[in-house]
Design a protein around this ligand. Structure first.
Ligand SMILES: Cc1cc2nc3c(=O)[nH]c(=O)nc-3n(C[C@H](O)[C@H](O)[C@H](O)COP(=O)(O)O)c2cc1C
Length: 336
């Protein structure tokens, strides 16, 4: 399949694996790129720029296909040394950076000078337009369904994607709630040039996380995510668990007076406990509503191949079948 996104990034399939804290290591990024998509290493999971350089080198050893690095710009008192992270990315020969969080504006000159393509993740049309204006090559449009930070507008992709299509000139991918061929075809129909998946890629053989995490994703339904930190305007969609129940209780008690310190135990240092130790009750970790569509743990290649094969079938048979007036059966339940 050829779209503006496959052409922009030099990839075979219009499927991107979004940066994920403590999940986006070289193993997963390389597996996605080797399967024909765009794998992404999560920059800040590597505690220093030197460690990121090593992770990029490991990924270069595992694939000769393009892959990217995610740089998340967080509101924080002690900002990570972003210029040095960018130097590690440049020196590692990485040609794609997925930015997220705050605007990447101040780092655009350095990224562009290094010949790096930038795809910025946005949860609104206005932020997408800003990204386009400051020179981003593409946008990842993240709907309210998404795992992680959906922003504060609460607009689901059924509305957000066509709105983005109406306004943007640069290509964009649909992010949030994407799991299978149906997601991909729907995203393309709404004007996107591909899709970005987070949660779905965690439930794959190559994702380097504790087996308990994958099991929890297979068992959970679309009813099992919760929104936390709304009062702090730092909303995050997470998988419900004991730590999240405690967090929500504190949020209820504190109301509008909630401070980040109040929920420190339920949000700080949770990722290694969940992803490495498999402690599923540890606290808040990002997970999308799409978890309700995850029923198995395939290899990344099986997942990507199945999405692309099924997408072809949907387009060539089901959709053109409607136009040709052929009676079309309800499609079988997609496994992906
Ligand atoms: C466990 C997990 C960790 C994530 N960590 C990050 C991160 O560090 N930086 C970032 O930009 N996005 C992060 N995300 C968001 C994903 O890149 C992606 O935008 C999101 O998962 C898309 O929604 P989906 O889960 O419905 O596919 C994370 C998502 C998950 C599920």
């Amino acid at each position: 399949m050829k779209t503006a996104i496959t052409e922009l990034f030099g990839i075979q399939h219009p499927i991107i694996q979004g940066g994920m804290h403590y999940v986006g290591f070289a193993e997963l990024a390389a597996a996605v790129s080797n399967a024909g998509g765009l794998g992404i290493i999560t920059g800040l999971t590597q505690k220093t720029p030197e460690l990121l350089a090593k992770e990029i080198a490991r990924c270069n050893d595992m694939t000769n296909k393009p892959f990217g690095v995610n740089l998340t710009f967080l509101p924080s008192f002690s900002a990570p040394p972003y210029p040095e992270y960018i130097a590690a990315i440049r020196e590692g020969g990485v040609k794609v950076v997925e930015t997220a969080g705050r605007s990447p504006e101040q780092y655009m000159p350095a990224l562009k000078a290094a010949g790096i393509k930038v795809i910025h993740k946005c949860t609104s049309v206005r932020h997408s337009l800003k990204a386009e204006k400051i020179g981003c090559d593409a946008v990842s449009v993240d709907g309210f369904e998404c795992g992680g930070h959906p922003g504060e507008d609460d607009i689901p992709n059924m509305i957000l994607l066509p709105r983005a299509a109406d306004e943007l000139k640069v290509p964009f991918v649909a992010s949030g709630g994407m799991a299978d061929a149906r997601s991909l075809v729907a995203a393309l129909a709404m004007g996107a040039a591909g899709m970005n998946m987070g949660t779905r890629f965690i439930a794959t053989k190559e994702a380097p996380v504790h087996p308990n995490v994958k099991k929890a994703l297979v068992e959970a339904t679309e009813l099992d995510t919760r929104l936390v930190m709304r009062a702090l305007r730092n909303t995050e969609r997470v998988l419900k668990n004991k730590g999240v129940d405690d967090l929500l209780e504190i949020e209820r008690e504190k109301g509008a007076t909630l401070r980040i310190e109040d929920i420190h135990d339920q949000v700080a240092g949770v990722y290694p406990k969940v992803m490495v130790d498999g402690d599923m009750g540890a606290g808040a970790w990002s997970c999308g509503m799409v978890v309700g569509l995850i029923n198995d743990i395939p290899t990344v290649k099986e997942l990507v191949d199945r999405i692309m094969a099924e997408a072809q079938r949907i387009i060539r048979q089901r959709l053109t079948g409607f136009l040709d007036g052929v009676e079309v059966q309800k499609p079988a339940r997609a496994v992906a």
